[in-house]
Design a protein around this ligand. Structure first.
Ligand SMILES: Cc1ncc(COP(=O)(O)O)c(C=O)c1O
Length: 336
């Protein structure tokens, strides 16, 4: 195997195998290991027509001590069940989720990027409704799949701030809709607003609350963090944003290093109060946001990552790669 680890991007690369379970007659069957990248699915499967599909994303790291560890998988299992429940799909027992995880990592162990390359094995759990039906109803049959693919360091040439555009033409999620869960359709809906942002030379779209358009919600695939001059870590609370596991963890780290954590609704007008702004999620941990543009105003946060976000980024990646003590017991070791 000849992988250029340092130049690995965020593309799908086929690996040795993936893990699958089928749900039939009201129960999950036994774990199966598939070398095939394809699935055999009816053209009338409910996931294809009616979007009965939920996914997750997490990472396995090759740590400094040579061990392979996954960041907080139990949290992803919990969130997947929140989504599955919302879509009337069966829950994934935590033991089954962890069995799939251990097997998908172990069977693809040579695809975990070596320590020091900045990469990780990205793991993608997926639940889909597979029953062939034309009427709109919850499927009777499901497939739970866990696939893996190696991904490279997101920041190849150092951490560079992005520009964000406040989405005026589109909302991401309705107050009582599906924004708080990881429903596949949310991401199809985010493609057009993100395209619009890119046309304005912005890499990401920043969504406001759909009801009043006056509160900050989140970016298309990451949560919003603002840091004030007096060291407050401020992040939105809303029924229509996805609870980022990275954000939950960063809040704990922020508190550990003496920041005051505020998790509350944030009016757009408060964008003026922040000295640092970031987007956080599994893919990147923290992306600094250098500029936020709206039709009315441009907010500037500097051309480099600020000291507080840098510190949090270092602390988090330090724990993930086993360079810092895992004081919160977040890392889940895979026995090889
Ligand atoms: C809409 C949205 N917000 C936030 C996040 C970040 O969540 P996490 O930190 O769990 O990756 C993601 C990615 O999963 C996302 O899709």
């Amino acid at each position: 195997m000849d992988i250029d680890w340092k130049n690995l991007g965020f593309q799908y690369m086929p690996v040795n195998c993936n893990i699958r379970y089928s749900y039939k007659n009201g129960e999950w069957g036994k774990m199966r290991l598939h070398e095939n990248n394809d699935i055999n699915l009816s053209i009338a499967a409910s996931c294809l027509h009616y979007g009965q599909a939920a996914f997750e994303g997490l990472k396995a790291f090759r740590c400094k001590d040579g061990k392979v560890k996954v960041f907080r998988p139990q949290e992803n299992a919990k969130r997947m069940n929140l989504t599955n429940n919302h879509l009337l799909m069966p829950e994934i027992p935590e033991a089954m989720f962890l069995e799939a995880l251990e097997n998908v990592v172990r069977e693809n162990i040579e695809f975990v990027p070596p320590y020091g390359t900045g990469g990780a094995l990205y793991i993608r759990p997926l639940t889909i409704g597979t029953t062939a039906q034309i009427g709109i109803a919850a499927a009777a049959d499901y497939e739970f799949i866990m696939l893996a693919t190696p991904v490279g360091p997101y920041y190849k040439g150092g951490i560079k701030p992005v520009r964000a555009m406040i989405s005026d033409a589109y909302d991401r999620a309705a107050p009582l809709g599906t924004g708080h869960v990881k429903v596949a359709g949310n991401y199809a809906a985010s493609l057009a607003p993100t395209k619009l942002a890119k046309e304005s030379n912005c890499q990401v779209a920043l969504f406001l609350d759909a009801k009043t358009r006056s509160y900050i919600e989140e970016f298309g695939t990451s949560n919003f963090i603002g840091v004030t001059a007096d060291n407050h870590y401020v992040t939105p609370q809303s029924p229509s944003i996805l609870e980022s596991i990275t954000n939950i963890s960063l809040r704990e780290l922020a508190s550990d290093i003496g920041l005051t954590v505020e998790h509350r609704p944030i009016p757009v007008a408060e964008l003026d109060n922040f000295v640092e702004v970031g987007a956080c999620g599994t893919a990147v941990v923290i992306t600094p946001v250098g500029e936020i543009v709206s039709t009315r105003k441009t907010y500037n946060y500097g051309e480099n990552i600020g000291p507080v976000l840098q510190k949090l980024y270092d602390k988090m990646t330090g724990i993930q790669y086993g360079e810092e003590e895992d004081t919160h017991n977040w890392m889940y070791e895979i026995t090889e």
